[in-house]
Design a protein around this ligand. Structure first.
Ligand SMILES: C[S@@+](CC[C@H](N)C(=O)[O-])C[C@H]1O[C@@H](n2cnc3c(N)ncnc32)[C@H](O)[C@@H]1O
Length: 404
């Protein structure tokens, strides 16, 4: 690989915004990629992937480079040099690379790799939480898996096509995808590509959605004609899947506290040809109260720490704070207590998170079942999805039934 000055500089600018100004990596990268229209797919790939890699390994690389935050331009260059050296990339004869201590960088990498929080490049508190919640052995494997680059997965929109037809259409656009066993609507990309530019995407034939997340709608056991409430619908990843499983028949009420996310859901539903979704912003307590005892199925895809999706969102390692996790757990408990009332007797409800912490998952379900609000519910089944076991995002889902 040859390093190009303008791509390296664009990467350093992006890193400065992410590390020093607290900006979100995905937003900064999207903005940076718009900077130069002449950049081709490879150039864009270099900027996006290098930025994400350096964000992922920030602690380890900063330690090796012997630099401390906030990082000035020279510090960022030193971090970049560590990245390039460890990747075995030949450094060009730019003044910034003069006197690079290649052997020292490799030696420090070897010695720091013996310490988990350095090797896995995570804050001290996260390492402590991981061990306390999952135990040393599981945490060790899980954090290593969560540090791998995530594969790109598509969910085929069965309202419009089949996995086989989409596979063929994408092949015509030079994108090779494979089916994966146990995930009926999932197609995995052989190589990263900008799938959003394809005609198939514009025609609403698929959404980008991780394989673990694709299991949630199935877990809810929906049928065409049911009345379903997706309580934390956001921009509708799972709502759209529910609509497809229900073959556009019945009704899905999609609620969220953020109206702008529901607007995006509306746009996506239109593209997907999903006609049975009714978005409702939760702008007063009445919105939820009106729905009490009305639904055959309720999905609570709860807000969470997001620790199961670190491989796609490595930035969260640095943005997440332990206080946020404590607060979100309180929100989760309140949400289950309140939104479970939407279910009719005999109905079923799924509580799901993209977290791997039992305190956000099994323990929330146990707490609910032992509470007054949960006394009419029983746990039918639950599933803990660890990235180290599936190769996809970490997730949790529990199916609960309300007694007749
Ligand atoms: C895990 S995300 C949902 C992702 C979405 N279901 C999907 O599949 O794309 C959790 C959502 O809960 C919403 N949320 C947070 N607090 C909430 C509350 N008290 N009631 C309803 N939604 C809430 C957030 O805005 C966010 O969109």
């Amino acid at each position: 690989m040859r390093l190009h000055r303008n791509l390296v500089f664009a990467t350093l600018d992006a890193l400065s915004e992410i590390f020093n100004e607290g900006a979100y990596a995905d937003k900064v990268i999207a903005k940076t990629l718009k900077r130069d229209k002449r950049w081709g797919a490879r150039d864009r790939g270099f900027i996006a992937e290098t930025t994400y890699e350096i964000v992922r390994w920030k602690r380890l690389y900063a330690e090796i480079a012997e630099v401390k935050e906030p990082f000035d331009r020279e510090n960022l260059f030193r971090i970049f040099t560590v990245w390039a050296t460890l990747r075995g990339i030949k450094l060009p004869d730019w003044p910034q690379f003069e006197g690079t201590p290649t052997r020292r960088i490799k030696g420090k990498f070897d010695s720091l790799s013996k310490i988990r929080k350095m090797r896995e490049s995570i804050p001290d508190w996260l390492d402590e939480v991981g061990v306390a919640e999952l135990g040393e052995k599981t945490w060790e494997k899980e954090i290593a898996a969560l540090n791998q680059q995530a594969p790109v997965l598509l969910r085929v929109n069965t309202l419009k096509t089949t996995p086989e037809k989409l596979q063929q259409l994408l092949k015509e656009e030079e994108i090779i995808v494979h089916k994966i066993k146990g995930y009926p609507e999932a197609l995995q990309l052989e190589e990263r590509a900008n799938v959003f530019q394809t005609q198939a995407f514009k025609d609403g034939l698929f959404e980008v959605q991780d394989a673990s997340s694709q299991l949630v709608a199935h877990f809810l056991e929906v049928k065409p004609g049911m009345r379903v409430v997706d309580t934390c619908a956001g921009a509708g990843g799972k709502t759209l899947h529910l609509a497809a499983l229900m073959e556009n028949k019945g009704q899905i009420i999609a609620t969220d506290i953020y109206g702008n996310k529901l607007k995006e859901l509306k746009r996506r539903a239109k593209r997907a040809g999903a006609h049975n979704i009714e978005p409702r912003e939760i702008d007063s307590t009445k919105v939820i109260k009106k729905l009490y005892n009305t639904a055959d199925r309720v999905l609570i895809d709860a807000p969470c720490s997001g620790l199961g999706v670190l491989s796609r969102n490595p930035d969260a390692k640095w943005k997440l704070q332990p206080e946020f996790i404590d607060n979100i757990k309180k929100t989760q408990a309140e949400i289950i207590a309140k939104y479970s009332k939407i279910l009719k007797p005999g109905g079923k409800m799924v509580y799901a998170t993209c977290s791997i912490l039992p305190s956000e998952n099994q323990q929330q379900v146990e707490f609910f079942l032992a509470s007054d609000e949960g006394k009419d519910f029983k746990l039918v089944k639950d599933q803990k999805l660890l990235s180290s076991e599936t190769g996809f995002d970490g997730f949790y889902m529990a199916l609960l039934e309300k007694k007749e």
